[in-house]
Design a protein around this ligand. Structure first.
Ligand SMILES: Nc1nc2c(c(=O)[nH]1)N[C@H]1C(S)=C(S)[C@@H](COP(=O)(O)OP(=O)(O)OC[C@H]3O[C@@H](n4cnc5c(N)ncnc54)[C@H](O)[C@@H]3O)O[C@H]1N2
Ligand code: MOO
Length: 411
């Protein structure tokens, strides 16, 4: 059987970062920046007030006290956005609002709270230091500085910075289009009645949501039965809208394992067994022209789930133009023993990972759930981590220190 690392490497060989395209700001959301963005201006672009108050020469109010306020004539009113280059002479001041340009001649702002709020003349009851409540040119960004780096994920914070330096559009690796297709004659759409031997379809919901959470544009194509011609036609149909196709089911040894039957020999798809539990039967390759990567995951819901985080997620990251990192991991103490792990296969046990505050903050504990079958999907809604049990380990006592992968927390 193939190692987990070899399979990850083979999957990654199928994908490369999507070609960058120029997108308007909000369309670029979720993309990965394919160019460094430098600011064409300094930020702030002009000295301005950080408070509503009065722009003064600090020296004019040096003697101000509550008992003996300094009175200054107010010669101008400067709102934010004021284009006139106002100036104040010594012994005068201007009323000024937050964000408004500091007038020439002023070197400080007295907050309105320290005054009587006068409009023609103002009484100022406290002194200020030069520079008080003044935001200086370039103290945020100096003109020419890179403000968002190549490889950054464009989220809300990045969009704010890009907009603030005047960018309307940026070159990004776009969100990969992931099409999810499940197979199986037993599958029924949730909400519809089920008959004997049937089950409600769940894998495509899980995978579509996981791909969305991973920053992709994911489409749930739903599911098809076990008719080879239909499966083939459906896969061919979805290729035009996919940067990668994910299927579930029909890849094992069964007489009706239709994905395997249809895709074997098509494009470069091959079917292999990976030394992992769950998630042993895996298919991978490219189909169509242009060649589109396809990953065929096992139908057991827990196998599909674990396969996504081990094998699919790194591929999606590479398509996005990100490093194909695995899930983040920590070391944790097992809260319960592991009694049986299959020899020769690396197990990923679904577990609840917690930081152990009670033990004085000594680290994490991981409690594997009791239902570890590949079909026992209900535990997926309770867990937040995968405990890694190495290939050559078949049992572990409680308290053993293990590697634990942290699952994303979702939307
Ligand atoms: N003789 C052997 N049998 C099996 C082997 C093997 O090595 N030899 N491997 C087992 C392992 S491990 C796995 S994992 C499964 C993988 O099977 P398939 O990928 O062919 O999946 P199916 O047979 O189509 O379905 C398996 C199971 O999952 C349910 N299922 C399928 N699709 C969905 C869905 N979209 N939503 C919810 N549940 C789904 C399906 O009803 C089956 O119960 O093969 C083992 N067998
Ligand atoms: O490998 Mo299968 O994925 O055990 O259930």
């Amino acid at each position: 059987m193939k190692t987990v690392e070899q399979h990850i490497s083979d999957v990654l060989d199928l994908v490369r970062p999507l070609d960058p395209i120029e997108l308007d700001l909000l369309r670029a959301h979720g993309g990965v920046l394919a160019e460094p963005v430098a600011s064409p201006v300094s930020l702030p672009a002009f000295d301005n007030s950080s408070m509503d108050g009065y722009a003064v020469a600090a020296a004019d109010v040096a003697q101000a006290t509550a008992q003996a306020p300094v009175r200054l004539p107010v010669v101008a009113d400067i709102p934010a956005g004021d284009p006139s280059a106002t100036a104040v002479r010594r012994g005068h001041c201007a009323r000024i609002m937050t964000g408004a340009p500091l007038p020439r001649g002023a070197d400080a702002v007295v907050p309105v709270e320290w005054t009587d709020g006068g409009q023609a003349e103002v009484a100022i009851s406290r002194p200020v230091r030069p520079g008080n409540a003044v935001r200086r040119v370039g103290e945020d960004v100096e003109k020419g500085t890179t403000v968002v780096h190549r490889g950054a994920r464009v989220g809300g914070a990045e969009l704010a910075v890009l907009a603030a330096v005047g960018r309307r559009a940026v070159r990004v690796h776009p969100r990969p289009r992931v099409v999810v297709l499940s197979t199986g004659a037993e599958l029924v759409e949730p909400g519809n009645p089920i008959g004997p031997g049937q089950i409600w379809e769940s894998n495509s919901y899980m995978l579509t949501a996981a791909a969305l959470d991973a920053g992709c544009a994911a489409y749930r194509h739903g599911f098809v039965g076990d008719d080879p011609a239909t499966v083939l036609r459906t896969i061919e149909d979805v290729l035009v809208q996919a940067d990668i196709v994910l299927t579930t089911g029909g890849v094992s040894m069964g007489a009706y394992d239709v994905v395997k039957e249809v895709l074997s020999g098509l494009g470069t798809v091959r079917f292999e067994q990976v030394a992992v539990q769950p998630g042993k039967p895996q298919g991978l390759g490219t189909v169509g022209d242009p060649a589109t990567p396809i990953l065929t995951l096992p139908g057991n819901p827990v196998s599909s789930f674990v396969s996504f985080y081990l094998f699919v997620l790194p591929a999606l990251r590479r398509l996005r133009g990100l490093p194909p990192d695995p899930l983040p991991s920590v070391h944790a103490r097992l809260a319960a023993p592991v009694r049986h792990s299959p020899p020769g296969r690396r197990s990923y046990l679904r577990a609840v990972l917690e930081y152990d505050h009670a033990a004085g903050g000594t680290g994490y504990t991981a409690a594997p759930v009791s239902r570890q079958g590949s079909h026992q999907l209900s535990a997926l809604a309770e867990v937040n981590a995968l405990v890694v049990v190495p290939e050559n380990t078949t049992e572990l006592p409680e308290g053993s220190v293990v590697e634990v992968l942290q699952l994303p927390t979702g939307a």
